[in-house]
Design a protein around this ligand. Sequence first.
Ligand code: PMP
Length: 336
Amino acid sequence: MFTLGVVDYAEHVIDLVGNTPLVKLNALTEGLEPLVLAKVEYFNPGGSVKDRIALRMVEAAEASGALRPGGTIVEPTSGNTGVGLAMVAQRKGYRCVFVCPDKVSEDKRNVLKAYGAEVVVCPTAVPPDHPESYYRVSDRLVEEIEDAWKPNQYANQENPASHYHSTGPELWRQTEGRITHFVAGVGTGGTISGTGRYLKDVSEGRVRIVGADPEGSVYSGGTGRPYLVEGVGEDFWPDTYDREVADEIIPISDADSFTLTRRLAMEEGLLVGGSCGMAVGAALELAQRCGPEDVIVVLLPDGGRGYLGKVFNDNWMSSYGFLSPDSSGATVGDVL
Ligand code: PMP
């Protein structure tokens, strides 16, 4: 008789959220003593760390009754959180309506539509309290649409909780408790607050938690001055950021963030987004002060394909003066 072996598959793609790998940084850490490991979040099925919060926010809203069967998820987002929510909504049969300002590229909007989400575009050039601003429009849609629910990633405590229950325990297990420092960029603050709190609890305060922030953002003492790196830094203090977790916040310039983002692709084979270069900048600065026994883990939130027209585009980089000879790599002209 012929017996089939066990067929190895996931029931649905959302079952693959989390359990992302750690990869050692090699070229970028040359001459530095500690082991520096990257937690590569583009291995999540929606391509970013935000899959984790999307899944937990939706499941908590189902459990509390805030999101009912057949309901609609409404959120002002254009990026990674939208992708995570759209993917989870597909599995669970919810409608998604995302609201974004018109400065968001058509490519990004099309990704959300590809998952079946609806996208409402609002003018960028209006103040936040204007009736057409994307904050106001999303509030109005929540009132107008029957059974609508707004996750509100900037206030929802399930955002940091998702990291407390997934990212943190994964890192402790993957490093067998040897992690000494955790570095992450700060946007909503969910990643650093949840992961950091778990690592502090489990290590009884031994693990040091270090935030990376774009120069000018509030977390490193600024007022929200414009910077170009996306997904991190704020001009206000979100409820999802726990001010007691980070031991230190390191500000990183746009120029350093983007230079390192390119080096991650060219020298480590990691095609990642601009906030990853920023987090690595902070990790390398920290590594200079650490010893051979230290194990630094830096979280890389997303992949680089969404940024081909920006960080990885020589013209865009040059227009801001970010292109230095050692960051540009081979240009088309060099290769031909
Ligand atoms: N990088 C990118 C690309 C992001 O989208 C986000 C989320 N806003 C972050 C970093 C920061 O993560 P968090 O919101 O958990 O602080």
